[in-house]
Every structure is written in structure tokens, then in C-alpha cells.
Design a protein around this ligand. Structure first.
Ligand code: FAD
Length: 282
């Protein structure tokens, strides 16, 4: 078992059957005593209602010490964001993962792709500053060891992370990655520009290789050849795949802990078994 705090991320399910699956996963994973669990927020507010309902239910009945709500600012005015934030506060949310969110798929690339809402927050750093004025939340932000795909350079992206901390963020959670060495290199670069706050690695257990590759393609995470060699040709339902995926996840966690990770955040995809097994092996 990891010797540092762990946390679990869930996404709001679309159907009642998937909601049952999520709740079951939460009940299993809470036995590992997570410091907090978080609920994602569809970019453009597409899951606004479902995120609010799920996070409220976790606050009331989840049996975990803290439920964090993700919040994106893309496509929303500051007033709309303030309303959502107020609703989170009223149901007991005290921790927000503050994000810009992805530009809609149909964003006009000729106009530069991402366009901030005219009355909104342009970037996550601006959202953090707004949250700081509304309520005394704990605030987490996103960090990218392999650089955010839209950033003009790795240094500009790191400077953006610094701005998020300067605006009042308490900690960062990273995008997932598979080469453990990326973590200490990134933390070292962050420390070199004066970032002192915790940077928590985000870990994605691999349930299906093709699905993971799709996610990686969307968020700019690299898939190393050794990982492909290990998992790509195995049937996702096979025992061989389950064993290899659990060992890969556990090994990454062990390496991250050896590199001094202050906590581990897991992208659960609302599933428990693989994660339970991997975490026990750490
Ligand atoms: C831990 C974690 C949780 C996430 N949860 C969700 C979720 O719940 N819902 C969801 O939709 N997405 C989620 N995402 C994905 C995230 O929304 C996308 O990666 C999004 O494209 C960027 O969000 P951000 O908060 O990092 O943006 P920002 O920090 O605002 O950065 C976005 C891009 O703009 C650049 N930039 C920043 N400021 C400026 C500036 N002033 N001028 C020019 N460029 C600038 C940055 O370098 C970067 O390339 C999550 C990501 C992580 C790592």
C-alpha cells in the first residue's frame, strides 16, 4: 500500500446502470481510505447537473472525508460560474479542481481554436483568482509533464502553471503519463521557476490498451514502445492482460513514490477491481 495520501477521480455516469457501477466502485475504493475523491465536469458545462448531483450525493452518503468538484470555465460567463460555485459550496464542497476545459470540437481553427467566453474567465489561472474571491476553497489545478498540446512551448506551459499558483492554487494534479522519469524532471523544472506547492502525479490504470491510446492521443501523453509491447496484443478481458496492467500500474506508483511523490491521484474511469489490485501491490 502507498505510504502517501491517495485520491480517486470519477466521472458522472450517463445512465442508472452506470451510476450503480460507479457507486459500487466508490464503496470498494473507499476501503483504501482516500484523502479525497473528485468528480469531473464536462467541458462547456455538459455535465453540470450530473456533476452537482453526484458530488452532493458523495458529500452526504459517500463515506469519504472530502469530495472535490472539477469545474471548467470554457463557454461560461463569470456569473454562470459563480452560480455553479455557490451550488457546490451549499452542498458542502470545499475543494475545487479548477480547469479551463477543452475548446469545443467545432472550434474555429482559423480563429485560433480556443476562444474565451466574452464575459468569462479566459484561462484556468483567471478562474482560480475568481474562486479565491468567492469562498475559501482548497484549489487544485492541472499540470502537464509532457506539456499541454495547445501550449506554444514547454516553458510557456510551465509559466502558466506558475500563474495558477500565483492566483491562489494550493496544489497541482498532473495529466497521466507512463514514463516515471517524466515526473522528477517536471518537478525539478517547476521548482527552478519558484513553484513550491505539491505536484501530485495522476495515474491512469489501463483497462483497455486501445481506449488508453485514444485518451493519450487527445491529451498529448506519449505511449512508450515498451508499454505497447507489454499490453497491445493481449485481450483486455484475459487474465494475462489483467496481471500485466496491474503490475504496470503498481510499478509506476512504486517509482513515483521513490521519486518523492507527495500523494497519488488515480483516474478510476469508475472502475475498482484493477485499481484495488494494483494499489495492494504497491
Ligand atoms: C487533473 C486533471 C483534471 C481534469 N479534469 C477535467 C474535467 O473535469 N473536465 C474537463 O473538461 N477537462 C478536464 N481536464 C482536461 C483539461 O480541461 C484540458 O487539458 C484543457 O485543455 C486545459 O485545461 P487547463 O485547466 O490545464 O487550462 P489552462 O491552464 O488555462 O491552460 C490551457 C492552455 O492555454 C495555455 N495558456 C494559459 N494561459 C495562457 C495565456 N494567457 N495565453 C496563451 N496561452 C495560455 C496553456 O499553456 C495551455 O496550453 C483535466 C485535466 C487534468 C490534468
Amino acid at each position: 500500500m502507498p505510504t502517501v495520501p491517495i485520491s480517486f477521480e470519477f466521472f458522472p455516469p450517463k445512465t442508472d446502470a452506470l451510476a450503480d457501477q460507479l457507486w459500487q466502485a466508490l464503496q470498494q475504493l473507499k476501503q483504501l481510505n482516500p484523502a479525497f475523491v473528485s468528480v469531473t465536469y464536462g467541458a462547456g458545462g455538459s455535465t453540470r447537473q450530473r456533476t452537482q448531483e453526484l458530488v452532493a450525493r458523495i458529500c452526504q452518503d459517500g463515506g469519504v472525508p472530502e469530495a472535490a468538484a472539477h469545474l471548467t470555465c470554457v463557454g461560461a460567463s463569470r456569473d454562470e460560474i459563480a452560480e455553479v460555485v455557490e451550488a457546490f459550496w451549499q452542498v458542502g464542497v470545499r475543494h475545487i479542481v479548477a480547469l479551463r476545459g477543452d475548446a469545443p470540437q467545432n472550434a474555429d481553427s482559423a480563429a485560433g481554436g480556443y476562444q474565451p467566453h466574452p464575459q468569462g474567465y479566459a484561462y484556468a489561472a483567471d478562474l482560480v483568482a475568481g474562486l479565491r474571491q468567492q469562498h475559501p476553497f482548497k484549489i487544485s489545478v492541472a499540470a502537464y509533464p509532457e506539456t499541454h498540446p495547445e501550449a506554444i512551448s514547454p516553458q510557456a506551459d510551465l509559466d502558466n502553471l506558475k500563474r495558477k499558483f500565483d492566483s491562489g492554487a494550493d496544489q497541482a494534479i498532473t495529466q497521466f503519463f507512463f514514463e516515471a522519469e517524466l515526473y522528477p524532471r517536471f518537478v525539478e523544472r517547476a521548482r527552478a521557476i519558484g513553484i513550491t506547492q505539491p505536484i501530485i502525479p495522476g495515474v491512469l490504470p489501463i483497462h483497455q490498451f486501445a481506449q488508453m491510446e485514444r485518451f493519450a492521443g487527445m491529451c498529448g501523453a506519449s505511449v512508450p514502445p515498451w508499454l505497447r509491447q507489454k499490453l497491445a496484443d493481449l485481450q483486455p478481458d484475459s487474465q494475462a492482460f489483467q496481471d500485466a496492467a496491474a503490475e504496470q500500474c503498481a510499478q509506476l506508483c512504486r517509482q513515483l513514490l521513490a521519486y518523492g511523490a507527495p500523494a497519488l491521484h488515480f483516474y478510476t474511469l469508475n472502475r475498482a477491481p484493477l485499481l484495488l489490485r494494483a494499489i495492494e501491490m504497491v
